[in-house]
Design a protein around this ligand. Structure first.
Ligand SMILES: O=C(O)CCC(=O)C(=O)O
Length: 278
């Protein structure tokens, strides 16, 4: 289901595209099972709220490396940001059955420090995603007002690395729930405000948020970060390349992942330009 010119225009206007079936049911089931096997148990480092195996898993696990290179997802991303594409980041959003964890209203740009603001997140549903189990809720056109201020949310149930929350008052009723079936993929702009509620169902809700950027986008902080070219050519070299794993968490993959994540944590916590929003 290709993204049409009218849909690209709608993405630019609204800041998101609702879910569309880009993976088959069989693919979604295979990825879901692999995701539960490798990321079902969170690996916490005692410092960061997010489990390390759920961040940039495409450096650790072949299933995730394959997913971020899925040609149907990349065709859609190409329609939104052009033919040269890097995977900059990925988060497995794993909400356990009956979990109180939630994601506060935020803009992804807040913790990435990338310029210009061209990054798009593909959110891949590996289970159904509904209001009951805490689907993503997005605020249409909220990407048109630049980077907004955020404060840290102390509530440990907030699933973002520092629980970043938009300080602007938000009209929650203006939000749109992104209802997804397994294999559906939605897209949101890096400045689009979104949140998600606790999972009040008896089954896990699993989605994978894959961040894609064109290679002219650069990180604004001092730390040199890594990214993976998944389509086209990188003529800019703003990021160090990341190796592709050959087996689940093989030693080379574990080392590369630790290196990439270490740099990402430093950068996302210390970008001077972001001081006012952290
Ligand atoms: O999956 C969720 O609940 C939150 C997703 C999200 O914040 C994102 O993909 O940027």
């Amino acid at each position: 289901m290709p993204v049409t010119a009218a849909e690209s225009a709608a993405y630019r206007l609204e800041g998101y595209l609702p879910g569309r079936p880009l993976l088959t049911e069989a693919e979604a089931t295979r990825y879901r099972d692999a995701c539960i096997r490798t990321c079902g148990e969170p690996m916490k480092d005692g410092v960061h709220r997010q489990a390390s195996n759920r961040v940039k898993p495409y450096i650790l696990y072949p299933w995730a490396a394959e997913l971020v290179r899925n040609p149907r997802i990349l065709d859609a991303v190409e329609a939104l940001i052009g033919p040269d594409i890097l995977t900059f980041h990925t988060t497995v959003w794993f909400k356990d059955a009956n979990s109180p964890n939630f994601v506060p209203w935020h803009q992804d740009a807040t913790y990435f420090g990338l310029a210009p603001f061209e990054h798009v997140t593909a959110w891949v549903a590996l289970t159904p995603s509904t209001p009951e189990n805490g689907c993503v809720r997005i605020l249409p056109r909220s990407h048109t007002n630049g980077q907004r201020g955020h404060r840290d949310e102390r509530d440990q149930r907030a699933m973002l690395s520092r629980g970043q929350t938009v300080t602007d008052p938000i009209d929650d009723a203006a939000g749109v729930d992104l209802l997804m079936r397994p294999g559906d993929v939605s897209f949101h702009h890096t400045l689009a405000m979104h949140r998600s509620a606790p999972n009040r169902s008896d089954a896990p809700r699993i989605g994978v948020g894959v961040s894609y950027i064109p290679p002219h986008v650069a990180h604004i902080g001092k730390t040199r970060l890594s990214a993976t070219l998944v389509r086209g050519t990188d003529r800019f070299g703003h990021f160090d390349p990341e190796p592709r794993p050959t087996a689940d968490a093989d030693p080379a993959a574990v080392a590369a992942h630790a290196d990439a994540l270490g740099r990402f944590w430093v950068a996302s916590e210390s970008i001077p330009e972001m001081a006012h929003i952290h």
